[in-house]
Design a binder for this molecule. Sequence first.
Ligand SMILES: *Cc1c(COP(=O)(O)O)cnc(C)c1O
Length: 218
Amino acid sequence: MPIKENLRKILETIPDHVTLVAVSKTKPIEELMEAYESGQRIFGENKVQEMVGKWEELPKDIQWHMIGHLQRNKVKYMAEFVSLVHGVDSFRLLKEIDKRASGQNRTIDCLLQMHIAEEDTKFGLDRTELEDMINSKEFKSLANINIKGLMGMATFTENQSQIRREFRQLKSIFDDLKNKIPQLDILSMGMSGDYKVAIEEGSTMVRIGSSIFGARNY
Ligand SMILES: *Cc1c(COP(=O)(O)O)cnc(C)c1O
């Protein structure tokens, strides 16, 4: 099915308060342009080099989200333009983003990635690490990052109740954190296979790739 049609169908099923990130990793410029022409302006990539290349070629009103696991030494390449970093899972990484944002005289919006999957292959912080980080003096001193919310990935499984349980857990961590940091407004959870459950459990941002652009060949 063409990209435009896929996008339209997905947008019909997500409520207005949920933002769609079109995950375009591995996909060529022409396919991103097709989504752009039907109005999509937020794209998600998981490799810095690839995102930089696409940013250089595509219209400048696109908002680029880094959704993948991020190495500190790559932050500098995207500091000029990245609009939201989803996968912040350590203080050292956050500090590097702050430093590079400062070098560009800007503030970079970030989401802290939480480990919610019962499988142990996914990255992310646990509750204790999150608490320790946000309560530290050093955290409060970072002037060029803006924590907008949390991100998480559920276990890759057919078990719907497990997926729901993991999303529900993330929502509860989000609500607790919002008591301390009231301006938080993004809960990034849900992908092609599980975004409907994620929205039912309180997601405000879904990251959808294959249901828009088709399966990826690596
Ligand atoms: C690839 C990816 C997605 C999109 O996955 P689909 O199953 O293709 O929708 C979402 N989030 C992250 C972090 C990803 O790496």
